[in-house]
Design a protein. Structure first.
Length: 239
């Protein structure tokens, strides 16, 4: 799915991953579910590219529905996988905190589980080798992605700002489609370790001034980061 000539999405509003495409190669932001590998190859082919053109995968955090095909790209093509140091253990299959009780609607949950199973999510391909991030870096990858610490959803959650495509990739720092309720629009993401901390971290997104806000779950938001963050905070107040 082309958002702009240099910005592409694979997956769906249920689980998504993104490509930043430049003459120097491709940066992948998040890797969704394992079955999205076929969509990655097809999207690259439509651009006259192959997985060999991927210079790096940057993960917003270490949950299984964001790791997807990252380890496969590293193993088969030597693509480095970047993740915050605080989420490395999580991304290698370590334990994660138990979240508080979540609001759910049966239809939405069943839809999420069905999509996850169709896309190979029953078995996570955990990471084995990573490049650790600490926040504040500008990576030597296509688009020169900037790493913004976003603790809250997980300790090592980050956002990735790519000025050249006017986009900030937010992982689960916020959602535009709650996978457990089906509700759409900017809102706090479910399964967040520290909800108040996650809300506080949103201020760092506003500083980017990005037009595109691209979550791991939900439709791409092109209404500007300030409006997205305001909408998330309003949704949090409503509960």
């Amino acid at each position: 799915m082309e958002l702009t000539p240099s910005l592409h999405r694979i997956g769906s509003d249920v689980v998504a991953a993104y490509l930043v495409v430049t003459p120097d190669g491709v940066t992948v932001i998040d890797a969704g579910l394992p079955g999205l590998h076929a969509e990655l190859v097809a999207e690259l082919a439509s651009l006259g590219r192959t997985p060999a053109d991927v210079r790096g995968v940057v993960l917003t955090h270490g949950d299984g529905d964001h790791l997807g095909f990252a380890e496969r790209l590293r193993r088969e093509h030597g693509v480095p996988v970047f993740i915050h140091a605080a989420d490395v253990a999580r991304a290698k299959g370590g334990a994660k905190p138990k979240n508080a009780k979540q609001r759910m609607r049966l239809g939405a949950v069943l839809g999420f589980l069905a999509y996850t199973l169709r896309k190979g999510g029953a078995k996570t391909d955990w990471l084995t080798e990573v490049v650790e991030l600490h926040g504040g870096e500008t990576l030597d990858l296509p688009g020169s992605p900037q790493v913004i610490p976003m603790p809250g959803h997980s300790e090592g959650s980050i956002a990735v700002f790519v000025p050249g495509v006017d986009a900030v990739f937010v992982g689960d720092a916020l959602t535009t489609r709650d996978v457990l309720t089906g509700e759409v629009g900017p809102a706090p993401a479910p399964f967040t370790d520290e909800p108040e901390q996650a809300l506080d971290a949103l201020s760092a997104l506003v500083e980017t001034g990005a037009t595109w806000v691209l979550p791991g779950h939900g439709a791409p938001w092109s209404g500007g980061v300030t409006a997205a963050v305001e909408a998330v905070r309003a949704a949090a107040r409503r509960g």
